[in-house]
Design a binder for this molecule. Sequence first.
Ligand SMILES: NC(=O)c1ccc[n+]([C@@H]2O[C@H](COP(=O)([O-])OP(=O)(O)OC[C@H]3O[C@@H](n4cnc5c(N)ncnc54)[C@H](OP(=O)(O)O)[C@@H]3O)[C@@H](O)[C@H]2O)c1
Length: 404
Amino acid sequence: MTQSREFDVVIWGATGFTGGYVVDYMANAYSGSNLKWAIAGRNLEKLEALVGEKSIDGINVFQADAMDLDSMRELVQKTRVVLTTVGPYARYGSELVAACAEHGTHYCDLTGETHWMREMIEAHQQTAERSGAIIVPTCGFDSIPSDLGTYFLQREMVAKTGQASQHIKYRTRSFKGGFSGGTLDSMMAMMEKAETHPELLDAVADPYVLNFKERGLDGPDSNHAHYDADFDGWVAPFVMAAINTRVVRRSNELLGFMYGHDFRYDEGMFMGQGPKGAISANAAGMGIAAMNRLPRFRPVRELMQRFLPKPGEGPTPEQVENGHFEIELMAKGPTPADDLRVDVKGQQDPGYGATAKMLAESAVCLAQDELDVGGGFWTPASAMGDQLLKRLPDNAQVTFELHA
Ligand SMILES: NC(=O)c1ccc[n+]([C@@H]2O[C@H](COP(=O)([O-])OP(=O)(O)OC[C@H]3O[C@@H](n4cnc5c(N)ncnc54)[C@H](OP(=O)(O)O)[C@@H]3O)[C@@H](O)[C@H]2O)c1
């Protein structure tokens, strides 16, 4: 456990697009509570303007630049937890992770950069174990619904049948949301780096890139539409699967193979039934294949950067407010009668409104809840599974409901 600190949670990146939603959530949910929180960023003027804009007078504000290691060290020693939305994480996040590991400060983020996560684990796992820093990446739409949905189903399956499910499938049922310049920048940054480090694309494609002890039975992510009898309809590849599936497989390892050594997990988008479902699934599959490949070419990246949102920009407040997500996960039981399904639902844009709430609750959980884990790199489910399954429905409108 970290020693006593001036603050419980510092939000670093508060002036960014997602950071602003995190600040809104914290101000609504935790102003006047016993939680001591503060905001930080690289630009003091912007931070002060944010205090006025969000009416959070009296909040403490700290300047800390990713490129200045001393400012990172100073920041992490003020607080029990750093919540960071400063991305691309592979570009801006390494010094912060190093400082948290060194000083025993808990940490949560929104990275989807699996190659960077592996690099950070390799570099700082032992230091974090020694200092007690609990470091939990991927605490947003990637990958909380996947990771906690799976953990929830396995807990139920073990209670019902005495054994874990050997195969869980995640299918998006419906979601509405946009994307921000920061998300786009993270994707572009990875493609740019891959030009000089092509091995990075192999790491990203590796279904077990985040496992260190053993590999399992899963192969590469599906890249084509297929009919899924368990959902009685057509399924297209899901763009976030390349992040979420790695996190779920890592959770299994960190939970001592609670899901089993022969556990399989995959993700897809449910596109409907009959010929219409087949056409939609194939069209979505082609779109996603293009989205995965085209940004590898510099001219395409330059074109996208010209016309798509810039860092700091994203969906409009109305779009964020009117977004939602609905995902169904299905766990195969020892007999078909034992199969279990959970609906995971959230209000507001999945990547920003809902993500901000999931990330903020993860930070508060790290600061205030009794956790069973020590220092090191964890996944949301392996570090905070039981606690978040309570916090998210109670506080963040993210629900997990079992159904037949
Ligand atoms: N996994 C998920 O579900 C999910 C969802 C949403 C976002 N994300 C990820 O979250 C990250 C942020 O996205 P976003 O759209 O919020 O990005 P954004 O609007 O561009 O915000 C980035 C933030 O980083 C700050 N920053 C940039 N350089 C810095 C430096 N040298 N030192 C300190 N701070 C610095 C910016 O400060 P200024 O304001 O001063 O420019 C800003 O506050 C991205 O990596 C994105 O992929 C993930």
